[in-house]
Design a protein around this ligand. Structure first.
Ligand code: HEC
Length: 130
């Protein structure tokens, strides 16, 4: 109960901050993913995915590691191993949302209606750095 109220209190400011974002499927999934990232991942991976007590989820090493691999590998890893302090606690939709957020932050091109479970055999591709 207390936790749930805390969660709601944390969700509100993020929701407001993103209120002007476009409202297609991808935008709403990214918004969910960002919220989830800040609640469940940022304390170890950093507010800017820069890595704190855990590896960075952005930058050249991250891209090198995941480019050319199937989404399924990353989603499986997140689903079974992360968050490290309570693995396997995310729903399928939450895994997709947080993965979409992380990939989007790295400049990966994502379908405009968002990622869904049928696309997990898609190969990860990052756009060239500007
Ligand atoms: C309690 C700290 C902690 C939290 C919270 C956490 N992680 Fe991690 N994460 C780690 C550590 C430590 C590693 C490196 C060890 C490993 O690979 O198992 C890691 C590794 C990873 C990797 C692999 C990185 C690479 O370079 O291959 C991904 C992807 C990842 N985490 C995603 C997430 C996501 C998404 C969340 C939130 C849903 C999350 N993590 C929450 C600690 C954490």
């Amino acid at each position: 109960m207390i936790l749930r109220r805390l969660g709601a209190a944390l969700l509100v400011p993020l929701g407001l901050a993103l209120a002007q974002a476009p409202t297609d499927g991808l935008a709403s999934q990214l918004k969910d993913g960002q919220t989830l990232y800040f609640l469940s991942c940022a304390m170890c991976h950093g507010d800017h995915l820069e890595g704190v007590s855990a590896p960075a989820l952005s930058g050249p090493d991250f891209k090198l590691h995941y480019a050319g691999l199937h989404l399924l590998g990353l989603s499986d890893f997140i689903q079974t191993e992360m968050p490290l302090d309570r693995p396997a606690s995310l729903s399928d939709a939450e895994v997709l949302a947080v993965m979409a957020y992380v990939l989007h932050q790295n400049g990966a091109k994502l379908p405009s209606d968002g990622l869904n479970a049928a696309q997990l055999d898609t190969v990860i591709h990052f756009e060239a750095q500007p």
